[in-house]
Design a protein around this ligand. Structure first.
Ligand code: PLP
Length: 484
C-alpha cells in the first residue's frame, strides 16, 4: 500500500493526521453533549429503524471527516450518558477524564498482556498495580492477581481456583489434569440468594451446574444470614455433599449490602472452605477514609473480585481477580512453545497469561495506574465518600416522604424504594412504579433502575457519580412524585 492512512508512524504527516483525527473526534464528542440529560428519549423501535444499515461495507471509501459526520448524526446523540446526574440505573459509571486519555494510549499502542514480548512496560506496570492493590486490600507477600474483562470473569477465576484447591487438597484429585472428580455432583458453594448471577453462570461453566450453588437467605439488611448458612452447610455435610466455598457479596447488585465477612471467615475455617469475596461493587469503599472499615474483612478472604468499571469510575472494561496465595494460580498455567516459554521465565520474562483465562488481553492496568497517581488518596476518598453520603441523604429524604417504602438503609451507594399508590390512584403499585421508570426514560431523559424485591416492583438509584448533589436528588424525587 502506498499512502499511509492506516497507522500512526514517525513521519510528521502521519503524526499530524493522528492528532487531527483524535481532536476532531474529541470535539465531536464534546459538541454532542448539548443537553444535561442521560438519554435523548427515543424508544426502541424508532431507534432501531433510525440505525438500520444495509451498507455497513460500502463499495468505495469515504473520508474520516465524512464518517465522523455520520457518527455525529446517528450515534452520539442516542448514546446514554453515564456522566449525567440524571443517570443512575445500574452499576455503570461515568469515565474519569484521565482514564479516557488512558484508553487512547491503550488503543494506540495496543499492547497484549499475555506475554512479555508483546507488552514489556505494560506487563511491568500491571505487576506493580497488582502488587499495590494486594497491599491496599490487606494481603501479604504471597498474594497476586491479574486484570480480567469484568466482575463475571473475576468471579469465575476465584471460584475455579477455589474448586481446584478443594479437589486437590481435600479429594486428592487434580481437576486440571483429569477433569471433574467422580463425585462432582456433590460439590457445593454457598452465596446469598441475592448474589450476582455470575455465581450460577460460573458453576455451569465449571461443569457443576446451577444446582451446586446453594442460595442462602438474607436478613432484613440484605446480608447473608450466617445462622441459616451454618444450617445449610451442616445439612449438606450430613447428606454426604462436599461444601468447598462460600462466596460473600461485598456490595450486592441492587442494595449494595455487605455480607458479614468476619463471621463468614470463621465458618470457612471451621468447615475447611475457601472464602471468595465478590466485591465487584464494594471494592471501591476501601478508598473512602471515612468508610473503609466497612470492607476491612476483605483482607481475610482467599480471593477478591475488584471491579474498576463500577465505583472506581474507569471505562469498561477494567477488573481484577486477587488471590491471597499466588500458588493457586497454577490452575490457570499452561505453557505453549509459541508464547510463554519456561526458559524465558527462568530468565525473568514475566508472561501474565500464566494467571489468566484470557490469552490476548488489554492493558487495563494503565487506567488504574494513571487515575490512582493523579487523584491520590485524598481525591479518591472524596469521590467515594461523596457517593456514599449522597445515598445516605437520599435514603433520609425517602424515609420522610409519604407513600414511599424504602427497602433497606444503604451501606454503599444504592437506594431501592417503591412508590405506593396515593389515595384515589387507580393503578396498582407495580404498574405505577414501572410506568414512572419508563416515563422518566423516554420523556425526561432520566435513567433510573428497576428491580423486584419480595415479589414487588421497586425503583433504584445507584449513585456512582460524585457530581450528584443533594439539590438534584431533591429535584429528582419531586419529579418522580409528580408523575404519580
Ligand atoms: C455484585 C456483582 N458481581 C459481579 C458482577 C458482574 O460484573 P461484570 O458486569 O463486570 O461482569 C456484577 C454486575 O453488576 C455485580 O453487581
Amino acid at each position: 500500500m502506498q499512502q499511509n492512512d492506516l497507522f500512526l508512524s514517525p513521519a510528521q504527516a502521519d503524526k499530524e493526521r493522528f492528532v487531527a483525527m483524535m481532536s476532531a473526534t474529541a470535539q465531536a464528542i464534546a459538541d454532542s453533549l448539548d443537553h444535561p440529560h442521560a438519554y435523548a428519549g427515543m424508544p426502541p423501535y424508532e431507534l432501531r429503524a433510525a440505525l438500520r444499515t444495509d451498507e455497513l461495507l460500502p463499495e468505495g471509501k469515504i473520508t474520516y471527516a465524512e464518517l465522523l459526520e455520520e457518527v455525529k448524526a446517528k450515534i452520539l446523540p442516542n448514546l446514554v450518558r453515564p456522566m449525567s446526574t440524571d443517570y443512575m440505573a445500574h452499576l455503570h459509571s461515568p469515565a474519569l477524564l484521565e482514564s479516557i486519555a488512558s484508553e487512547l494510549i491503550i488503543a494506540t499502542f495496543n499492547q497484549s498482556m499475555d506475554s512479555w514480548d508483546q507488552s514489556p512496560a505494560a506487563t511491568e506496570i500491571e505487576v506493580e498495580v497488582i502488587r499495590n492493590l494486594c497491599n491496599l486490600y490487606g494481603y501479604g507477600e504471597d498474594a497476586d492477581g491479574v486484570f480480567t474483562s469484568g466482575g463475571s470473569q473475576s468471579n469465575l477465576s476465584g471460584l475455579l481456583l477455589a474448586r481446584d484447591w478443594f479437589c486437590n487438597e481435600k479429594l486428592n484429585w487434580d481437576v486440571k489434569k483429569y477433569g471433574l472428580p467422580e463425585n462432582y455432583r456433590k460439590l457445593r458453594m454457598y452465596s446469598s440468594e441475592i448474589a450476582h448471577f455470575s455465581m450460577e453462570k460460573s458453576s455451569h461453566l465449571m461443569g457443576m451446574g446451577y444446582d451446586a450453588v446453594v442460595k442462602v437467605p438474607v436478613n432484613k439488611a440484605m446480608q447473608m444470614d450466617v445462622a441459616a448458612l451454618r444450617e445449610l452447610i451442616e445439612k449438606d455435610i450430613a447428606a454426604g455433599n462436599l461444601p468447598f466455598c462460600i462466596s460473600a457479596t461485598v456490595g450486592t447488585t441492587d442494595f449494595g449490602s455487605i455480607d458479614p465477612l468476619k463471621e463468614l471467615r470463621k465458618i470457612c475455617d471451621e468447615f475447611g472452605l475457601w472464602l471468595h469475596a465478590d466485591a465487584a461493587y464494594g471494592s471501591g469503599v476501601i478508598l473512602s477514609q471515612k468508610y473503609a472499615d466497612r470492607v476491612a474483612g476483605l483482607a481475610d478472604c482467599d480471593s477478591i473480585t475488584v471491579d474498576f468499571h463500577k465505583m472506581f469510575l474507569l471505562p469498561i472494561s477494567c477488573s481484577a481477580s486477587l488471590i491471597k496465595d499466588k500458588k493457586y494460580f497454577e490452575a490457570l498455567t499452561l505453557h505453549a512453545d509459541y508464547l510463554n516459554r519456561e526458559e524465558d521465565e527462568e530468565d525473568g520474562y514475566i508472561n501474565l497469561v500464566n494467571k489468566s483465562m484470557q490469552t490476548t488481553r488489554r492493558f487495563d492496568a494503565l487506567k488504574v495506574w494513571m487515575s490512582f497517581k493523579m487523584r491520590g488518596k485524598e481525591g479518591w476518598s472524596e469521590i467515594i465518600t461523596t457517593c456514599m453520603e449522597n445515598a445516605a441523604y437520599f435514603y433520609e429524604q425517602l424515609v420522610k416522604t409519604a407513600d414511599v417504602e424504602v427497602i433497606t438503609k444503604p451501606e454503599i451507594s444504592s437506594v431501592v424504594f417503591r412508590l405506593l399508590p396515593p389515595a384515589g390512584c387507580k393503578e396498582d403499585a407495580d404498574t405505577l412504579n414501572k410506568r414512572i421508570r419508563r416515563a422518566l426514560l423516554h420523556t425526561k431523559g432520566v435513567v433510573i433502575g428497576q428491580t423486584v424485591v419480595y415479589g414487588n416492583v421497586c425503583l433504584k438509584f445507584t449513585l456512582l457519580n460524585p457530581m450528584q448533589t443533594h439539590q438534584k436528588l431533591d429535584e429528582l424525587l419531586s419529579l418522580i412524585l409528580s408523575l404519580r
